[in-house]
Structure formats: structure tokens, C-alpha cells
Design a protein around this ligand. Structure first.
Ligand SMILES: [Cu+2]
Length: 156
């Protein structure tokens, strides 16, 4: 065997697993359509919405953080004794290849004390923490008080 053909066969062995991985095209875990509706009242929290897309394996969304607000909580709106109320939630299951939407009237973020400069700049970076250790950072688009949902992010 010439040194050259030996090199070629080594390369073939090394590249085979990578090609297989590329062909399998695993579904990524990701977050998109993130936006925040800024509260018209400085003393009440703003609401945040987004969509989580599950990857190959089920995970849990454990927390959402930002350094542009004093505090972020995950909430769920529920009907209780005939009226809508909301309660904090600590973890949200994301099924493999499934979709979980935080949307008006359902699950949502409450952001307390959103930084005024971030509001002015029109975006708030959110860090999503998952049970598999993934940290995903997504810019949430800021909608000022009274504005409608951004185009193509309306509920359907
Ligand atoms: Cu809430």
C-alpha cells in the first residue's frame, strides 16, 4: 500500500460518521417568535411570549432569564371559579419534535422592571434554560403598550 492510498483510507474512515450525521439531519431544539408586550403601567409586569420547538429528545424548559429586567417568572393563565387568574409554573415539558407556545391567554412570561433603555432599543435578549443543559439566547421584540402583536406573530 502506498503512503498516499493509506492516507485516503484513513480519511474515508474519519469522514464516514460525519456524513451519516449530516444525512440524519437531527431536529434542533430552538426558540423563536419571541416578543414582549410592555405594560402601560410601570408598576405592573410586562408579558413575554415565544414558541419552543422540541429537538430529538423530550426536555423541560426550566427557566427564562434576562439581565434587562429585575425578575422574570413563567406563568400560566387558568380559569378558577369562573374567572381567569394566573399561577407561576416552574417547568414546562417540551415533547420531542413538538411545539410549546407561550401565547396571550395561556402560558406567558412576566417581566418585572424591564430596563427602559432596552425598551427604547426595541429588543430584550432572553436566555432559555433547558433540562438537558442547553442555554438558548433569543432577542425578544419589544411591543410598546397598546401595540398589536408583531406581524406574523399573531395567534392563528
Ligand atoms: Cu402572569
Amino acid at each position: 500500500m502506498s503512503p498516499f492510498s493509506k492516507l485516503v483510507s484513513v480519511l474515508a474512515v474519519l469522514s464516514a460518521p460525519m456524513l451519516l450525521a449530516a444525512c440524519a439531519d437531527p431536529a434542533p431544539l430552538y426558540v423563536d417568535q419571541a416578543w414582549i408586550r410592555i405594560s402601560p403601567n410601570k408598576d405592573t409586569p410586562s408579558a413575554g411570549y415565544f414558541v419552543v420547538h422540541g429537538g430529538e429528545t423530550p426536555v423541560e424548559l426550566r427557566d427564562v432569564m434576562t439581565d434587562r429586567a429585575l425578575r422574570v417568572e413563567m406563568h400560566e393563565s387558568v380559569a378558577k371559579d369562573g374567572k381567569m387568574t394566573m399561577q407561576p409554573i416552574s417547568a414546562v415539558p417540551v415533547p420531542a419534535k413538538g411545539e410549546v407556545a407561550f401565547a396571550p391567554g395561556g402560558k406567558h412570561l412576566m417581566l418585572f422592571g424591564v430596563n427602559a433603555e432596552a425598551v427604547q432599543q426595541g429588543k430584550v435578549p432572553l436566555t432559555f434554560l433547558f433540562s438537558n443543559g442547553d442555554r438558548i439566547i433569543v432577542d425578544a421584540i419589544v411591543q410598546k403598550a397598546g401595540a398589536a402583536a408583531p406581524m406574523d406573530m399573531k395567534q392563528h
